[in-house]
Design a protein around this ligand. Structure first.
Ligand SMILES: [Zn+2]
Length: 284
């Protein structure tokens, strides 16, 4: 998970589209029954589908939650706060007033967004209408309640604090960035809830993350050997070393699939590898 900048998203969305969303939101606020609101949500659902490609553009085509590209999958516009109902609260009618607010949209792959079960491992997940909060947290029930007072347990790719607590270990699994644990007392609960509900440790994803992690360590070791040869009197290898650094940097750029995994691998290896240390210092 890497940060998705909502200011960038806002800059990509057409002004006319925003006006239409504001108009439908006013209609929703004036509706007097849940049925009337449900009808408005259904009648105008094209509005959020219309901007799916813009949301995808903001993340280089990657799912905002898991960084998968899944180019053959029909990704969706997820409502971070569910629009129609909340699985954890039977008395909640959903965060309908945010249904047409782009700040509540998250571009999500099918695995993160919809219920899926991996037959072989039994692992299951998918966000659907889930939006758990910390025990005792305030929950917003209408447009006059501030969602900023809520303590969500699902990690938000649009929050700097949330993406900073995410780590990936050498097995390719989601973990807690222990250096950030003091910034959020709920950090571990949030990692665990997100792992299950967003299905972030789906076996396919874990396997791919592990492959990238191992590849990074291998490339760093190779680059270190080349650097050592340069120091021992082989200056001709400087070009090769630069090429090796460039290849490693490709894995870490924002557009690369699972770039956060590559960054964790490099950061975890920086004490043992000069190449990893250089990559950590480089503003990629
Ligand atoms: Zn995903």
């Amino acid at each position: 998970m890497i940060l998705v900048d909502l200011f960038e998203v806002a800059s990509l969305l057409p002004a006319e589209w925003k006006k239409e969303c504001a108009s439908v939101t006013r209609e929703l606020e004036q509706a007097s029954t849940d049925d009337e609101r449900d009808r408005l949500l259904k009648d105008h659902s094209d509005l959020w589908r219309e901007v799916k490609e813009k949301l995808s553009e903001a993340s280089h085509g990657k799912c905002w939650y898991c960084e998968s590209k899944n180019t053959r999958s029909d990704n969706a516009v997820d409502h971070y706060r569910p629009k129609g109902k909340v699985a954890e609260d039977a008395n909640h009618s959903g965060y309908w007033w945010l249904a047409f607010d782009y700040q509540n949209y998250r571009y999500a792959c099918t695995y993160c967004n919809s219920r899926r079960r991996h037959a072989e491992s039994g692992s299951a997940g998918g966000k659907q209408d889930h939006f758990p909060l910390a025990v005792g947290s305030f929950r917003a029930y209408g447009p006059n309640d501030s969602v900023d007072c809520e303590e969500p347990l699902l990690l938000d790719p649009c929050s700097v604090l949330d993406v900073s607590i995410v780590w990936y270990d050498e097995e390719g699994k989601l973990a807690l960035n222990t250096s950030m644990v003091l910034t959020d007392p709920l950090a571990m609960s949030r990692i665990d809830s997100s792992r299950v509900i967003l299905h972030l440790d789906h076996p396919y994803t874990v396997r791919e993350r592990k492959r990238i992690y191992l590849k990074i360590i291998s490339l760093c070791k190779r680059a270190d050997r080349i650097y050592k040869s340069i120091l021992m009197g082989n200056p001709d290898l400087r070009i090769e070393y630069k090429e090796q650094l460039a290849e490693l940097a490709q894995f870490m750029t924002r557009s690369a699939e699972y770039s956060a995994v590559a960054r964790c691998a490099v950061r975890g290896f920086r004490e043992a590898s000069l190449t990893a240390k250089i990559l950590c210092e480089a503003p990629l």
